[in-house]
Design a protein around this ligand. Structure first.
Ligand SMILES: Cc1cc2nc3c(=O)[nH]c(=O)nc-3n(C[C@H](O)[C@H](O)[C@H](O)COP(=O)(O)O)c2cc1C
Length: 390
């Protein structure tokens, strides 16, 4: 999504400058063109050569070596990220000082700007730094972090620069139109676990990737998002209300408590269809178990539809083989507004993959999409939802 985007990256004098190498690599991998500006202090930490190699572009350090760089660099930028942002550079930005290339470019830029502060916790808590940050926020500058954790000085506290992956997401969010600002979306994700005894459970191969991609993309587009997730290794997207559950029953209760205030429910979770009829509080001796009685779990979508006719409900139908008619039947039976069919046996589609190949089915159409990454699939699902709702 960053193809043809010019991103200006400003680096000031902090140990956290090493994390910006990873950020630039991510931006380049996503198709952006990156120009780096370093302060004199930043060059004491990392050499320009490193950023030049990683960005495949010239690194700018001097206000006077190319007379118009302070105007041309910001004029061509779609976004300006300053990471790390020192207490010093934040102070200069807030007071309009322009005494080197980075600060002069900052004043000369009209694009969106993101700052990622990095400093010792005492510096961060200093009222002057706090009031400078407030002043920048009031002018529309986006702040990401800092995080709590161990600092370069060996102390613990709030001052760690956000991780590259989070700044990268902030960049994508800043460049995304907020067209879902009026939506409150529940996304369910991951597998459920139906316990047999305290050690064993019935589950499935879902990784949560599709649901987490939906939550992330909806947040980026300005929606309020509640992510209700079964077990997943993925980190919850920043900005989502996150509810962790295990069983179908728990997921159903969480959906019930959230749905009245929501406009959309996207059931991307792979809810187990069966659960053991009884739960044993003690580990079952394998010699005493020769069969397992299973019963159906609660039907979360039908339950959700009962008292919420206004909510736009999107289901998923994972099948082995090309069976979109099964998805259509499921959509009609449960009175959903839309269903996403995917054949998990197709190459590149289904469980734990980063890509998916789906058919978007609603009451009037079936749209077959090509194989694409799960974030793109998520965008297509949300586009379709927006169109049907309009
Ligand atoms: C080892 C070392 C680490 C530093 N780390 C930080 C830091 O993380 N954040 C910060 O605000 N200043 C830090 N400083 C101080 C800045 O480098 C100093 O204030 C400098 O003037 C910043 O210049 P600049 O904002 O133009 O890059 C550090 C200094 C040293 C010597």
């Amino acid at each position: 999504m960053l193809k043809n985007k010019n991103i200006l990256v400003g680096i000031s004098g902090s140990v956290a400058a090493y994390k910006t190498i990873d950020l630039i690599r991510r931006l380049i991998d996503e198709g952006a063109s990156v120009s780096v500006i370093m302060t004199d202090a930043a060059r004491k930490f990392i050499t320009p050569l490193t950023y030049q190699a990683i960005s495949n572009n010239k690194v700018y350090t001097d206000l006077y070596s190319e007379p118009m760089s302070h105007i041309l660099l910001p004029a061509n930028a779609d976004l300006f990220v300053i990471a790390p942002a020192t207490a010093n550079i934040i102070g200069k930005f807030a007071s309009g000082i322009a005494d080197d290339l980075l600060t002069t470019c900052f004043i000369a830029s009209t694009c969106k700007k993101i700052i990622a502060p990095a400093m010792n916790w005492r510096m961060y808590e200093n009222p002057v730094v706090q009031s400078n940050l407030k002043s920048l926020l009031s002018k529309g500058i986006i702040q990401i972090g800092p995080e709590k954790g161990s600092l370069a000085c060996g102390e613990e506290g709030s001052g760690r620069m956000s991780e590259a992956v989070d700044i990268f997401e902030a960049v994508k969010s800043a460049l995304t139109e907020k067209d879902l600002q009026n939506e409150k979306i529940i996304v369910t994700a991951g597998p459920t676990r139906e316990y047999i005894d305290p050690i064993r459970f019935i589950s499935n191969r879902s990784s949560g990737k599709m649901g987490y991609a939906l939550a992330k993309v909806a947040l980026r587009r300005g929606a309020e998002v509640t992510l209700i997730s079964g077990y997943s290794k993925l980190p919850p997207p920043r900005g989502a209300v996150f509810i962790s559950v295990e069983s179908a029953e728990e997921m159903n209760n969480a959906v019930k408590s959230e749905i009245a205030s929501s406009s959309v429910l996207i059931m991307a979770a792979a809810v187990s269809d069966f659960k053991p009829s009884d739960f044993s509080f003690e580990k079952i001796d394998k010699h005493q178990l020769d069969s397992l009685k299973i019963i159906k779990t609660v039907d979360i979508i039908s339950e959700a539809r009962k008292n919420n006719p206004e909510v736009f409900i999107i289901g998923f139908s994972a099948e082995t083989g090309f069976k979109p008619e099964r998805a259509l039947k499921k959509m009609n039976e449960k009175n959903m507004d839309m269903i996403v069919f995917n054949d998990v046996t197709e190459a590149g589609a289904g469980f734990d993959k980063d890509t998916n190949k789906v058919i978007l089915i609603d009451r009037n159409s079936q749209i077959e999409l090509p194989l694409m990454d799960k974030e793109s699939v998520a965008n297509e699902i949300l586009n379709r939802m927006k169109k049907i709702k309009a």
